[in-house]
Design a protein around this ligand. Structure first.
Ligand SMILES: *Cc1c(COP(=O)(O)O)cnc(C)c1O
Length: 455
């Protein structure tokens, strides 16, 4: 399996070459040259780990052996707190919630990042290489990455988060980790500012010449493919011909993983994209006008995003993999902060996705309603999806994704139901620990020199 870039469809890179790099040199994102298809029959009765193996193996088989991949996958999910790894809860007729918060940091990012952590360890061990992991987080990616890489000798980790713009639990999960290879930068700006700095550093020749910079943001291809696993897995728990998925979305990673599942042969009927009040995905797909507005702080900070990095992958696919087209589009988007997406692309996206934007007050109302009606407590990100699930009325199995544990977002839960969520004991002890972070201006040069000092 080889990989091209959204900005150069003639590229033909190996898996190992793209794994440690986030972006292609041309600024594009990597995608496989073709989509392998999976026989659903062969997946019946398999464990989560076995399903993961079947989904991931076709993408990496040139570089990692069948049995080594088994070992890597088993290691990745050994710290999960549920025997099914990702259990499916039947909440009402034809309505399901896929719970993705049984990893060590209580959000779905663990499902991909724990795998990435064990994959990196395995490969670095073989090559005796050292790498620098650099990433921006709107909350959950950071802690999931830190947990996956802490204490690994050959990996130095730098995570940028928007100062005062993540929940207290999210921040403490990152800043109370004691291992010396972990560095937290709180940037005085938004998540998009953090992400922009990261993107610029990845094409910065000086820093690239001094260290092997590695991306762990959701633009990293292996994260997308590791998330594809639970779409197959949840389908296999049911006995249905086809299913619908409802996906709370920010950076377009999770929903694109669902799209990949469909390319690989999973019979998905409808794919619902749900945003919060930062509704650029909803607006762009509905109207074709992709325009950045100011980022609003909402109850669901991991979705407070106006630049959805992985959206470029969808634009590329919907343009029939025309990288010239993409180059022009992305260049004018970066210059003008708005573009009109060509009609053929918009039409194609509309045929794949239904989109929704859910307000903060609807989020609170939904948390309350599910708590009273089903005795089900959801986090505010999950609640954006449940708001859509609640209104759906059809004869197909509708699966809404539960993206994080409610205990990570105490304030929202309190505002919704007037009481605090039960806190798992693993989250309790972060409140007594000392925090470690460096607060920095929103300035690429400053961040760069700090990193160069610390590696
Ligand atoms: C990351 C995250 C999202 C958004 O997912 P994307 O892949 O960025 O679209 C939603 N909810 C939670 C809890 C998250 O951590």
């Amino acid at each position: 399996m080889h990989y091209l870039s959204t900005r150069n469809n003639q590229l033909k890179e190996s898996f190992l070459n793209i794994l440690f790099r986030g972006l292609s040199k041309d600024g594009g994102l990597f995608l496989p040259l073709e989509w392998p298809t999976i026989s659903l029959k062969n997946l019946q009765g398999k464990s989560y780990q076995e399903v993961a193996h079947s989904i991931i193996y076709p993408y990496i088989q040139d570089d990692i052996s069948y049995s080594d991949l088994q070992i890597i996958i088993n290691k990745s999910y050994e710290n999960f707190d549920h025997k099914k790894i990702a259990p499916l809860v039947n909440i009402d007729q034809n309505k399901y919630i896929l719970e993705l918060f049984y990893g060590p940091t209580f959000a779905f990012k663990d499902y991909a990042l724990q795998f990435l952590g064990s994959l990196f360890s395995y490969l670095l061990n073989q090559s005796k290489k050292k790498i620098t992991v650099l990433g921006a987080t709107s909350g959950d990616t950071g802690s999931a990455a830190i947990n996956a890489f802490k204490g690994k000798n050959d990996i130095e980790v730098f995570i940028l988060h928007p100062h005062n713009n993540v929940s207290e639990v999210q921040r403490r999960q990152m800043t109370t980790v004691e291992e010396n290879n972990i560095h937290n930068f709180a940037i005085e700006g938004t998540f998009d500012d953090c992400q922009n700095i990261v993107k610029e550093l990845f094409v910065d020749e000086e820093i690239q010449s001094k260290t092997s910079l590695t991306a762990i943001n959701s633009i990293n291809w292996i994260r997308i493919i590791a998330q594809t696993v639970y779409y197959f897995w949840s389908y296999l728990q049911l006995n249905e011909e086809k299913v619908n998925f409802i996906v709370p979305s920010g950076n377009f990673g999770n929903i694109f993983s669902a799209r990949v599942a469909k390319y690989m042969g999973l019979p998905i009927n409808e794919l619902h994209i749900v945003t919060n009040e930062n509704d650029i995905l909803h607006r762009s797909i509905n109207t074709g006008e992709m325009k950045i507005l100011k980022v609003k702080q909402t109850y669901s900070p991991s979705m407070d995003i106006q630049i959805s990095s992985n959206f470029e992958r969808q634009l590329f696919e919907s343009s029939k993999r025309n990288s010239n087209n993409l180059n022009e589009l992305m260049l004018s988007f970066s210059n003008d902060k708005k573009i009109t997406i060509p009609e053929n692309i918009v039409k194609d996206m509309q045929s794949i996705y239904k989109t929704h934007a859910v307000t903060d007050s609807e989020v609170l109302q939904t948390i309350k309603e599910f708590y009273n009606k089903y005795n089900y407590l959801s986090d505010p990100h999950t609640a954006t999806g449940l708001n859509v699930l609640n209104k759906i009325n059809n004869n197909i199995a509708n699966i809404s994704l539960a993206c994080a544990h409610p205990a990570k977002f105490k304030n929202a839960i309190f505002d919704a139901i007037n009481q605090e969520p039960p806190i798992p004991k693993e989250l309790k002890n972060i409140f007594d620990k000392e925090e470690k972070m460096i607060i920095l201006e929103n300035n690429k040069r400053l961040v760069k020199s700090k990193i160069l000092n610390l590696i």
